[in-house]
Write a protein that binds this ligand. Sequence first.
Ligand SMILES: O=P(O)(O)OC[C@H]1O[C@H](OP(=O)(O)OP(=O)(O)O)[C@H](O)[C@@H]1O
Ligand SMILES: O=c1cc[nH]c(=O)[nH]1
Length: 469
Amino acid sequence: MNPKSVEDFLESSAGAHFSGLLLDESGLGKSELDQPTTSNAESFHRQPFIIGVAGGASSGKTSVCNMIIEQLHDQRVVLVNQDSFYYDLTVEELTRVQDYNFDHPDAFDTEKLLTCMENLKLGEAVDIPNYDLKTYKKILPARKVNPSHVIILEGILIFHDPRVRELMNMKIFVDTDADVRLARRIRLDTAEKGRDIGTVLDQYSKFVKPAFDDFILPTKKYADIIIPRGGDNHVAIDLIVQHIHTKLGQHDLCKIYSNLYVIQTTFQIRGMHTIIRDAETTTHDFIFYADRLIRLVVEHGLGHLPFKEKQVTTPTGSVYIGVDFCKRLCGISVIRSGESMENALRACCKGIKIGKILIHREGDNGQQLIYQNLPKDISDRHVLLLDPILGTGNSAVQAINLLLQKGVQESNIIFLNLISAPQGVHTVCKKFPRIKIVTSEIEFGLNEDFRVIPGMGEFGDRYFGTDDC
Ligand SMILES: O=P(O)(O)OC[C@H]1O[C@H](OP(=O)(O)OP(=O)(O)O)[C@H](O)[C@@H]1O
Ligand SMILES: O=c1cc[nH]c(=O)[nH]1
C-alpha cells in the first residue's frame, strides 16, 4: 500500500473524484458524495456507445446498421430493433388487423424499451421481447442481450420519444427518396410476403405515408447525421464508422485530461493483456507478452517527442521530406518494475542515457525517496519516465517532483505505463497538467489494499520471477 492510511488516500484528489467524474460523465448524474470510493472502482464499467438509426419504412435502415456492424468487427455490437417493442394485438385488433396502425408511436411499448436500454447502459444483460410479425404477439423465449460496447437502436420512430433520444450518443437519419421506399415496399410485400398490390398501396396511403409525414419526417431534425440513399452511401458509412472508432478509442478519462493518451486497442493488444493478467501465466510468458506491450507503449510515447523537419535524398535521387528525431532525451526508471521497460527504450533509442529512482512505498508518509541516479544535464532533456503500474499515483508524484526539482520542465516529461488506475491518472494529471501520460489500458480502479484491479498482481514479482520468494 502506498498511502499510510485510507484517510490519506481519501484526502488525495484522486480518491475523492474518481466516482463523481466517471459516473457524471456517463450521464447517470450521481454526485461524488453518493459513492464510496474503492467499491466504486469495482463497479465501474465502460459505458456503451448508443447509436440511433431512424428513417421511413424501407429506407435502408437495416442495410446501414448491417454495414456499421460489419465494419465495427473489433467491437462488441448489438442491434436492438424498435419492432421488438410492438404491443401485442388484442383479440379485437387481430380481427381487423388491416386497420391497425403499426406506424403510429402508440403502437410501441416505449416504457419497456427505455427500461431495457437503461439496464444495458448499467452493464446488465436484458431480455428483449421476441415479437412475431406473423401472429402480432410476443413469443417465448425472449432474446437475451448482453451489455456491449456499441448498441444500435433501429426503428422508424426511434427518435420520437425525447427520453429515448436522450440515451443516444449519435443519431442517424436514413433519408431515402419516397418513390424508392414505395418501390421497395411493393417488391417486398408482393414478392416476399405474397400480398396483392392493391392491399399494399391501400396500407401505404392509409398509414405508411401519413405516419411518415406526421411522425417520422419531423424527427429528422434531431439527427446528427442524415444519410441520403441509405446503405448505398458507402462514403457516409465509412465516415460514421471512423467517428465511432475514434470515440470508442477514447476512454472517458481522455475526455477529461487532454494529457492522457491510451494507445488504440486491437485484438493483438487485448490478447497480450489477457495473457499477462492471467494468474496462471508462467514467468516466461509474462515477460514475453509484457515486453511486447511495453515496446508498443514506448514507441507510442516516443511519438510525443518534438521533431524537426529533415530532407534526405533517396537512392532514386528523389527528395524525401521527413523528420529528425529529438536528440536530447533520457529514460528514468522507477526501481524496480520500471527497469523492465529499459530494454524496450534502449531498443528504440540507440545509446539513450537511463537514470533510476527508488521510492520506498512504506516510509514516513508512504512515499520515501531512497535512491536517485540521474543524468547531470537532465534539466536540458526530455524525460521518458518508466513505470509499468500507476496505482494511487503517489510513487509517480514523488518521482515527478524530483525531476522538477532537478530542473526538468514539466512539459518535457512523458510518463509511460502499461496499466493505469483512474485514481492515479486523476492525481498525476491534476497535479502536473503539462506532463503526458501514455498507457496501454485504463483499469477499473483500486481495491481496499490499493492494488490495481483487475490489474496483474505484483508486476515486479511476476516479471523478475520473485513471486515464489
Ligand atoms: O501508484 P502507486 O500506488 O504508488 O503504485 C505504483 C507503484 O507500485 C509499483 O511498484 P512496487 O512498489 O510494487 O515495487 P516494485 O516495482 O519494486 O515491485 C509500481 O511499479 C509503481 O512504482
Ligand atoms: O496492483 C499493483 C499496485 C502496485 N504495484 C503493483 O505491482 N501492482
